[in-house]
Design a protein around this ligand. Structure first.
Ligand SMILES: C[S@@+](CC[C@H](N)C(=O)[O-])C[C@H]1O[C@@H](n2cnc3c(N)ncnc32)[C@H](O)[C@@H]1O
Length: 329
C-alpha cells in the first residue's frame, strides 16, 4: 500500500455513491436481468424438482404453474417419468428458501424472486437477506413494500456481514437449508473466499444451487487488478475463483455475461464523476487526490490499453464482462 490511500469500503455512504454511478455508467444490471430472464428459471426449476423437500404434491403444484409455459422448461419437466421417485416423498408444503448475501438495495435479488414467483405463482417463497450497509437494507425494505403486492414472498433481514451471519448461524446451531443462495458481486469483500464458499455451500438443501457473480478472467477488472492490485489498498479483486473451486472439488457451471462500463469521464482532469469511477475501479477513496502521482498516471494509461478497454464513438469502454458461477450442492 502506498501513501495515504484508504479503502473505499471504509465509508459505506461514499462507497454507495460510487457504486450507484458505476451502475449508471455500466450495463451490469441489464446483463444480469437478461441472465435472470433467460437462464435462471431452468436452474431454479431443476434445483426445486430434485430437492428432497419436493413432494409429489409439490411437483404437481409446479406442473400446474407451468401450464401454458411449457417451452421454458422442456427438459426439467418432460424428462420425469411417471413413476419418478419424487412422487413417493411426502414432506410438508413446498416453500423454497432463498438466501441473498450482500443484497445491496435488492434490485437484482427482487428480480430473482419475481422471476421465480411469476413462473410458479402458487409457491410461497422465503427470502433471507444478509447485507451490512444500513442504507442498503432500508432501500431493500422500501422496495419490498412498494413492489411486493400480489407476490407470495416473506423476508428476514440480517443487517450484518457474511462473516457475522456465519457466526450467528453457528452460535444458534441453526439447521435451516436453502434451495438457492446467491452472492452477486460480493466475493471481493469477504475476509476469506474459501471459508465463505465452504460455509454457504454447507447451507444448501440437497440439489440446491449457490450462484456467485464475479468479474470474468477476461475482463478489464482482472487485468487491472492483476497488474496494480498490490499497489492499491487491497488485492481482493484479483482472485482465481475457478482454481479455488477446483481445489475445493466443487461441481459448477460457468456462464459468461458480456458487459460494458463507460469510463470516458476518468480521462477528463478534475471531472467529479470520473474521479468517483476511478475510486470504484481501484477501491480507493479519493484515488485521484491520494494516490502517488506516478501510480495515477500509470493506472490512467493502463485503463486505455486493450486488456482493459476499447474506443468506440469517441468513448472509452471498459470491459466489464461478468461470470455467473452456478455451484451444485
Ligand atoms: C457491489 S455491491 C453488490 C450489491 C448487489 N448484490 C448488486 O449486485 O446490486 C456489494 C455489496 O456487498 C455488501 N458487502 C460488503 N462486504 C460484505 C460482507 N463481508 N458480507 C456481505 N455483504 C457485504 C456491500 O454492502 C454491498 O451492498
Amino acid at each position: 500500500m502506498e501513501s495515504s490511500m484508504k479503502p473505499l469500503s471504509s465509508d459505506y455512504s461514499y462507497y454507495l455513491k460510487t457504486f450507484k454511478l458505476f451502475l449508471e455508467r455500466s450495463t451490469e444490471h441489464q446483463c444480469l436481468q437478461k441472465f435472470i430472464d433467460e437462464n435462471l428459471p431452468d436452474i431454479v426449476t431443476r434445483a426445486y424438482l430434485n430437492s428432497s423437500k419436493c413432494s409429489g404434491a409439490a411437483e404437481q403444484q409446479l406442473s400446474r404453474d407451468r401450464v401454458g409455459d411449457a417451452h421454458n422448461y422442456p427438459s426439467a419437466f418432460s424428462m420425469l417419468p411417471e413413476d419418478h421417485p419424487l412422487g413417493t416423498r411426502r414432506p410438508a408444503k413446498f416453500e423454497p428458501n432463498v438466501l441473498g448475501i450482500g443484497s445491496g438495495s435488492g434490485k437484482i435479488d427482487f428480480e430473482i424472486l419475481h422471476k421465480i414467483q411469476s413462473k410458479h405463482p402458487s409457491l410461497s417463497i422465503h427470502d433471507e437477506v444478509v447485507e451490512p450497509n444500513p442504507e442498503q437494507i432500508s432501500s431493500y425494505q422500501a422496495r419490498v413494500k412498494d413492489e411486493s403486492q400480489g407476490l407470495n414472498i416473506s423476508s428476514t433481514w440480517n443487517q450484518m456481514s457474511s462473516e457475522e451471519y456465519e457466526k450467528q448461524v453457528k452460535e444458534r446451531n441453526e439447521s435451516k437449508k436453502f434451495d438457492l443462495i446467491h452472492m452477486i458481486q460480493v466475493l471481493y469483500y469477504v475476509q476469506s473466499v474459501h471459508d465463505s464458499i465452504k460455509f454457504l455451500h454447507s447451507l444448501l438443501e440437497s440439489n440446491g444451487k449457490l450462484l456467485i457473480v464475479y468479474v470474468s478472467d477476461g475482463s478489464g477488472w482482472h487485468s487491472l487488478w492483476k497488474t496494480f492490485g498490490s499497489r492499491f489498498t487491497s488485492s481482493s479483486l484479483f482472485l482465481e475463483v475457478r482454481k479455488l473451486l477446483d481445489e475445493m472439488r466443487m461441481k459448477y457451471q460457468i456462464h459468461e455475461l458480456s458487459s460494458d462500463l463507460d469510463i470516458t469521464e476518468c480521462f477528463i482532469e478534475g471531472n467529479e464523476n470520473g474521479e468517483l469511477l476511478l475510486d470504484f475501479l481501484t477501491e480507493v477513496m479519493h484515488f485521484s487526490k491520494t494516490a502517488p502521482a506516478a501510480l495515477k498516471t500509470e493506472v490512467l494509461q493502463y485503463l486505455r490499453q486493450p486488456q482493459c478497454s476499447r474506443e468506440e464513438d469517441g468513448k472509452v469502454i471498459f470491459n466489464n464482462t461478468l461470470q455467473v458461477i452456478v455451484i451444485d450442492c
